[in-house]
Design a protein around this ligand. Sequence first.
Ligand code: OAD
Length: 242
Amino acid sequence: MEREAGIERARAWISEAGSVAVLTGAGVSAESGVPTFRGPGGLWREHRPEDLATPEAFARDPLLVWEWYAYRRELIAACRPNPAHEALVRLEKRCEDMSLITQNVDGLHALAGSRRVLELHGNLFAIRCCNCGAERQQREPPASLPPRCARCGGLERPGVVWFGEALPGQALESALAAVRRAELVLVVGTSGVVWPAAGLLQAAPDGCRSVLVNLEPTDQSEQVDLALHGKAGEILPGIVAA
Ligand code: OAD
């Protein structure tokens, strides 16, 4: 289908749906200057996740892991939301029941103004004590690396989910419930290879329509009713237009 006709169809489906679940990944923030993980220039093309994003890597070398997160925190703190994030804010205002489920840790959906965001992989600006579990939000760089808990002196870690770790239970449950009651699922900017987030699409009920927006085709392009390939910042404003 021609792109304009696809956008038109997605727009009609979205306006008919009372309940919409949106699932986003790194591609939604790419036009804000946030690096993706697996595409060209992606972080996992240059770095090995097992050296930087696992509990074992942190136990081995907390300073190395913190230096990498400090670099990403600094880079992302300078990024602003783009038209894709802004389109999803408009959709939230308009839709009776919209859930925004994200794998992103950059906080850009909230910064754009989305009010209800389910962060499946945590947040880059959260810092959690490994000892007492106290968690805080801090956008400024920690005074020294690795940071220590003001309460108990324990080693602190980034408040994100690493490979091999469970997702925050409450966020995952709410995400699953949102997909199960959706009349339309919109998947944006994700390679769809990281579980359990990648499995959410399959939890959609019979009769639920599904739309995918991604720069390039992914395995999930085959699973949806309508796949639109191109930049999220160009396509989303069109499909959520009133
Ligand atoms: P990926 O980097 O795996 O996939 C990003 C997708 O976005 C790719 O398919 C790109 O083609 C697409 N893309 C790039 N620019 C785009 C644009 N302007 N508009 C639309 N699409 C675009 O990122 P995720 O799928 O989010 O996990 O990765 C999932 C998880 O893997 C991340 O949350 C992270 C990573 O390891 C953790 O950190 C736990």
